[in-house]
Write a protein that binds this ligand. Sequence first.
Ligand SMILES: Cc1cc2nc3c(=O)[nH]c(=O)nc-3n(C[C@H](O)[C@H](O)[C@H](O)COP(=O)(O)OP(=O)(O)OC[C@H]3O[C@@H](n4cnc5c(N)ncnc54)[C@H](O)[C@@H]3O)c2cc1C
Length: 380
Amino acid sequence: MDFNLSEEHIMIRDAARDFAQAELLSGVIERDDQEKFPTEQIKKMGELGFMGMMVDPKYGGGGMDTISYVLAMEEISKIDASASVVMSINNSLICWGLEKYGTEAQKQKYLTRLATGDSLGAFALSEPEAGSDATKQRTTAVDKGDYYLINGTKNWISNARTADIFIVIAHTHPEKGHRGINAFIVEKGGKGFVVGPKEHKMGIRGSDTHSLLLTDVKVPKENRIGDDGFGFTFAMKVLSGGRIGIAAQALGLASGAYERSLQYSKERKAFGKEISKHQAIAFKLADMKVKIEAARHLCMKAAWDKDQHNNYDLSSAMAKYYAAEIAMWVTTEAVQIHGGNGFVKDYHVERMMRDAKITQIYEGTSEIQKIVISRSILRD
Ligand SMILES: Cc1cc2nc3c(=O)[nH]c(=O)nc-3n(C[C@H](O)[C@H](O)[C@H](O)COP(=O)(O)OP(=O)(O)OC[C@H]3O[C@@H](n4cnc5c(N)ncnc54)[C@H](O)[C@@H]3O)c2cc1C
């Protein structure tokens, strides 16, 4: 076992850290306040290779491993979780899914644009009646010979306004249950494709979350991903990898809030000494440190499993579950350590606490992760 990062890993981590400090920090409070998507910043992230980190360079990607992706996600999330969710969806749900399961023609047409950040991707699985139970898809894709006609409503779709390439999950053979579901590459702008109003959210307010209304949207047959009926397995596979990205997002929120709290506790004085010298505060910092290190190890193990081509369903669920739980706890304690200053926007930790909440909800709630984990251990 080697817990050291390679020189390349350190370089990638530092590049993400420098970018986040230089380009994301200023304006992060305003973007949150005004629910403003980080358009310019995401464009630069594409230019720096952060939008298709793990994609083969022959398709315009960075050819990096999942450890590199976790390191970069943590650094970007320390500063701006609204930017990191865009990065996470594009890398894990869209680029990885297309590279792993797409045809060569799909990769040439779509992956090359997505990996460089020239186009943004969105993943449309959730529906008003199909959240945790994603098998209950009501969106239909009717086979019309050389094309499909898609009808339905999708909910909570991140990047929906900004993305131009969507992966849409829909039922083709409802009588076959989840084995009748397909995944389709759908380009925005076609007839019948309507992006609904923006959701006004508690956290990650800089990200774009909208519903999608699909009415007789015509999708060429060659845009189906995998064999007929592969869509549900496709969605579960990409979400398993996606959870590593969201775990790293949660880790970044926790470590960012911890770093701010450590610094603040050495500067703020109460009862004649720095608050870090009060044991109650020092112990909070100790608990934060331990939980963050444990979450980091789980994230790295899941990333390593993926890089080794091991089954990573269990390790990614454990990483996502634990990192999300501790992100919520650490960011709440960070607000406490900052006292009244923690409750106002200028000190960042209140935003981090609001942002952390979503990591317990999307890409499978904490309860769903516990179902994945318990099923896996009870099967062994
Ligand atoms: C900001 C944001 C961005 C999102 N982005 C996307 C996106 O890009 N693409 C996309 O497809 N979706 C996206 N989602 C949707 C997200 O993945 C779902 O909200 C999530 O999966 C939960 O589904 P739900 O909201 O329908 O909750 P429900 O499934 O209704 O769950 C409600 C509660 O019941 C619990 N519960 C449900 N079933 C069980 C069970 N069997 N056992 C125990 N507890 C259970 C849940 O854990 C939760 O606490 C996003 C959501 C948000 C809020």
